[in-house]
Design a protein around this ligand. Structure first.
Ligand code: HEM
Ligand code: HEM
Length: 188
């Protein structure tokens, strides 16, 4: 006998992102913060720790590239997409912020790879295997990519901070369940 879905459970589940989207969202957030923190802190470290932190940044950067690709493919295919929680100009601004974050993340990953490529340095993935590119050492290009990577890194962190602050206002002040859309378990 087929079971009739509970009339309460169905709308609750439908107003939350699916599990894969939620996991990929929080994984992206943690990776971005760790990548940024590493870059901010390595200049204060002794030479060998500095080098290890840079290698970790690059390895985690490669993980971020994979997570981002997976997230975009999932979103474009089977990921649940919800209507904006707020309407009008505010909803449009939230949507623009989300698209901008995706765009900047993609640009940041490409610039990270391009920077190393222009420095003609080998990528090491957690000391497991090297990723070699053609030797195209180009000082001015490396300088440009480095500057852009730095500026976009800061922009992502500032915009993500704003985005997180808005999510917290929704949760604590407006109490409208927007944050719960991006959380697993419980009812929104
Ligand atoms: C959103 C994620 C990321 C943020 C916030 C970020 C941020 C930064 C920052 C602030 C720096 C220091 C820039 C400077 O010293 O002028 C840096 C360096 C670097 N990042 Fe990223 N990054 C991210 C992702 C990536 C990715 C995906 C890669 C590629 C795998 C990558 C590769 C590099 C490289 C090669 C350096 C230069 C290290 C060196 O000085 O040799 N980054 N990153
Ligand atoms: C680097 C950190 C972060 C990045 C890059 C990021 C990026 C994004 C993106 C691109 C979306 C749109 C999802 C989609 O519809 O495809 C999103 C949604 C969301 N994010 Fe973040 N996020 C970050 C951190 C955070 C934090 C710290 C919070 C909470 C404090 C948060 C709360 C939310 C919520 C609640 C949604 C769903 C909004 C809605 O349903 O209208 N995010 N995030």
């Amino acid at each position: 006998m087929t079971q009739t879905p509970s009339p309460v459970a169905a709308p609750a589940a439908a107003s939350r992102y699916d599990r894969a989207t939620i996991v990929l969202h929080w994984l992206t957030a943690v990776l971005v913060l760790v990548l940024f923190a590493l870059a901010m802190l390595w200049d204060f470290m002794p030479h060998d720790v500095h080098k290890q932190m840079q290698s970790l940044h690059i390895s985690l950067g490669i993980v971020l590239a994979a997570v981002l690709l997976l997230r975009l493919v999932w979103r474009a295919t089977r990921g649940r997409r919800l209507p904006m929680a707020v309407e009008g100009l505010q909803g449009k601004a939230a949507k623009a912020m989300h698209y901008l974050l995706y765009l900047l993340l993609v640009a940041q990953v490409i610039l990270g790879f391009a920077w190393r490529w222009a420095q003609a340095e080998v990528f090491q993935f957690f000391d497991l295997f090297p990723l070699r590119f053609a030797d195209v050492r180009n000082g001015p290009l490396a300088h440009l990519f480095g500057n852009l990577h730095d500026v976009i890194g800061w922009t992502i962190v500032i915009l993500a901070g704003l985005h997180a602050a808005v999510a917290l206002v929704h949760h604590h002040v407006l109490k409208d369940g927007v944050l719960k859309r991006m959380m697993g378990g419980g009812r929104p």
